[in-house]
Design a binder for this molecule. Structure first.
Ligand SMILES: [Zn+2]
Length: 251
């Protein structure tokens, strides 16, 4: 299995990061994609990816860190040239807190979509309570492909993304008892467009909700998808891992 979105640089892993990353292969986790959220974490994600063979990374400016009157961050294009950089991300819109302002977030998102277009990299989108606005910007860049990570939109939005050639990534949220909408979204998209992720240390799946998450718990998401799709665990594991390899261009 592949963890298509993680944050191993989080301080939650300070005590055992090295041991954990080295143990993943033995737990059936083929590789992980560390997602940057600003300059510091994107540069550190590159370091992590160079230290561990099973770590790849995405570099970008998360909406929370979007800068007022920002241009394309000067540090970003160079990072995208790195052999282990597999995407621009995570980028997007977060209307939960609305800081920085929607206008500032929107500008940063559009600039980075443009960078994805010119560099040919896929994007990893963070969409929190901004489904319509994210879709509008995605459609403005028809040659860019990407994934909506920890998908929280409707089945309709999921189907629309699939039609545009995009992927949908499900996190531990899909295992939560109140995840009716997320389950419906998974039901309505073809397995060939589904990725699995932890977003660790956050979003640990049931029955670990609230605890520290790590990539070994991707198996609970695969289990849930197998139940939703009426398919064997092994088939979901094989297909979602292959999807992640194709999407990120991992050999
Ligand atoms: Zn994330």
């Amino acid at each position: 299995m592949i963890d298509s979105h993680a944050h191993y640089l989080d301080t939650a892993f300070d005590a055992d990061r090295d041991t954990l990353l080295r143990s993943l292969a033995g737990s059936g986790v083929e590789c992980v994609v560390e997602a940057g959220t600003d300059e510091e974490s994107s540069l550190a994600a590159r370091e992590l990816a160079h230290e561990y063979e099973n770590v790849y990374f995405a570099a970008g400016l998360h909406p929370e860190y979007a800068e007022k009157h920002g241009d394309i961050p000067a540090w970003l294009p160079g990072l995208l040239m790195d052999g282990k950089c597999v995407a621009v991300g995570e980028i997007g819109l977060d209307h939960h807190y609305d800081t920085p302002s929607r206008e500032v977030q929107r500008r940063a998102f559009a600039l980075q979509l443009e960078l994805a277009r010119s560099s040919g990299k896929p994007v990893v989108v963070h969409d929190r309570e901004a489904h319509a606005e994210c879709m509008e910007l995605v459609k403005a860049f028809p040659t860019v492909r990407g994934v909506f990570h920890s998908f929280s939109g409707s089945a309709e939005t999921a189907r629309e993304l699939v039609k545009l050639g995009w992927y949908i990534s499900f996190s531990g949220v899909i295992t939560f008892k109140n995840a009716v909408k997320t389950v419906q979204a998974a039901e309505s998209v073809p397995l060939e467009r589904i990725l699995t992720e932890t977003d660790c240390p956050y979003l640990a799946p049931h029955p670990f909700r609230g605890k520290r998450n790590d990539s070994t718990l991707v198996k609970y998401i695969i289990e849930k998808l197998a139940q939703i799709k009426g398919a064997a665990y092994e088939d979901i594991e094989r297909v979602t891992a292959q999807n992640a390899r194709v999407f990120y261009g991992i050999a």
